[in-house]
Write a protein of this length. Structure first.
Lengths: 237, 262
């Protein structure tokens, strides 16, 4: 039986004159892969950062497991997040970066080799990350997100900068994680990829939720791209 | 907290730049002891004229008081410990693991304090050793009393412990790494001297003035126009430095650390 793992309730965020997220309410069910879609500047990243306690909402709330992220005990074991391809020190090796994160939450170092294997980065474990390609950085970000073996994954544009092989790898990776029953909220521009990967869809445009439902309910026989364009253009008009 | 502290210490150990900073602190402090020995004892130097050379106690005091001079590097390391998080975007990961930002700040303050202590102990030893070696070229010289070395060692240890904390507080407040480091260096080496020149009475309450009070070594009023009487004693001087650390950290906790992390 599925339960609500992530919930946005009337979430709003204003940056000076810009209303990035406006009265946004949505739910993400457990054990589902939910695509968080929207044009550039739609408010996806802001909403995710509010969810993870990195950005203070102007109004409303965002909850993980029924409470705010900052209230979670040992959050890295419950939620893994990839927000951008930075987030590690360029002067350190992949393994050193992972050791720093692992030691901050008392994770056994044997887990580091496991996550490096998981993201196909074991061969670059002892290379400094300043020499990493964007794809390798994304994989390392995913490895960091998986360190605590979390049940919930929040991924912001994980396909950004990936070449076609990387995108295929990411698709299979997400499908594998979904197969393990994890709850995944993934924002992306790769609509064709999303169509093959997600169970549910949230579409946001100009900070406002424009559609929410299962992929079938949203697409209604169309491709996800067609549905997305119609929904975002119709709301924009 | 202990896990977070371990993580912070691991960052310090892994980064090559920190080891370079440690080396520079030793060289800087050693320059502070060796250069005065050369100047005071040169044919045309002050030691041959109005000022005392290293054959006098004042000259020896002036030389070895500089062995605490690596404190600037403890301050810089403290700044780097905090600002590296913003410069390299690792703050996101750090705050995802530990959402309570004040806890992260406290772990960094402790780590910086320990790192500052290491820097100052290393630079003290390097400077003292260099000073003794340099003195062998200028025999005879006045004795180097154990009390003098103890005072400078005490000042080195306390300034290292406290200035690492001051650095983290400053770095939390001024998140831009270049601005924070440049500002701290310019203030310490230039601005503070100018402020003291114009408003002498507040000099002892400023950071470098407090450290001079902490060293508690008199160079001789006649020779160097310097008297330790004008400075705070080590206890109050330590409190003044801790006050700066607390002030910066508290303001940062109320302001910059609460801001959005984009």
């Amino acid at each position: 039986m599925s339960s609500v793992k992530i919930e946005f309730k009337n979430l709003s965020k204003r940056y000076k004159d810009v209303l990035a997220v406006s009265n946004f309410s949505a739910q993400v069910q457990s054990g589902r892969v939910t695509g968080f879609l929207g044009p550039n500047g739609a408010g996806k990243s802001t909403a995710l950062r509010c969810l993870l306690g990195l950005v203070n909402p102007t109004g409303g709330s965002a909850a993980v497991n029924g409470g705010s992220y900052s209230q979670l005990q040992d959050p890295i074991h419950k939620v893994g997040a990839v927000l951008d391809s930075r987030g590690f020190h360029p002067g350190l090796t992949a393994k050193q970066n992972l050791k720093i994160m692992a030691s901050a939450s008392d994770i056994n170092f044997s887990r580091i080799d496991e996550v490096l294997e998981l993201v196909d980065l074991a061969s670059a474990a002892n290379k400094r990350t300043k020499g990493f390609s964007l794809g390798m950085k994304q994989r390392l970000s995913l490895a960091i997100a998986m360190l605590g073996d979390p049940e919930i994954l929040i991924l912001d544009e994980p396909a950004n900068g990936l070449d076609p092989l990387g995108i295929v790898w990411l698709r299979e990776f997400l499908q594998k994680l979904a197969g393990e029953g994890r709850t995944i909220l993934v924002s992306s521009h790769q609509l064709a990829e999303m169509q093959n990967t997600v169970n549910d869809v949230l579409i946001i445009n100009k900070g406002v939720l424009v559609a929410q439902g299962t992929i079938k309910e949203i697409c209604k026989g169309r491709s996800l791209e067609e549905a997305f364009l119609e929904l975002t253009l119709r709301k924009s008009a | 907290m202990s896990a977070l502290l371990k993580s912070e210490l691991r960052k310090l150990i892994y980064l090559r730049a920190n080891w370079l900073l440690l080396l520079w602190s030793g060289l800087f402090a050693a320059l502070g002891t060796v250069a005065p020995i050369l100047v005071l004892n040169s044919d045309n130097g002050p030691g041959r004229g109005v000022f005392s050379g290293t054959e006098t106690q004042e000259g020896i005091n002036a030389v070895f008081a500089n062995a605490a001079g690596g404190y600037l590097f403890a301050l810089i390391l403290g700044i780097l410990i905090m600002t590296n998080e913003y410069r390299h975007g690792t703050a996101v990961g750090t705050f995802l693991v530990t959402p309570k930002r004040s806890t992260v700040l406290v772990a960094k303050l402790i780590a910086a304090s320990l790192a500052g202590l290491v820097i100052q102990l290393f630079s003290f030893l390097f400077a003292i050793t260099s000073g003794f070696i340099a003195l062998t070229f200028f025999e005879p010289h006045a004795p180097v009393p154990a009390e003098l070395l103890f005072k400078v060692l005490r000042a080195s240890a306390i300034s290292g412990l406290v200035l690492g904390i001051v650095g983290v507080g400053l770095g939390a407040l001024v998140k831009n790494q270049i601005a924070a480091v440049t500002g701290a260096v310019i203030w310490t080496l230039i601005v503070e001297g100018l402020v003291v020149a114009f408003v002498e009475s507040i000099g002892k309450y400023l950071p470098a003035g407090a450290i001079t009070g902490l060293v508690d070594v008199d160079f001789g009023e006649n020779d160097f126009n310097f008297s330790i009487e004008n400075y705070l004693t080590p206890g109050p001087a330590t409190l003044v430095l801790l006050g700066y650390a607390a002030l910066f950290s508290l303001i940062a906790m109320r302001t910059t650390l609460r801001r959005d992390l984009d």
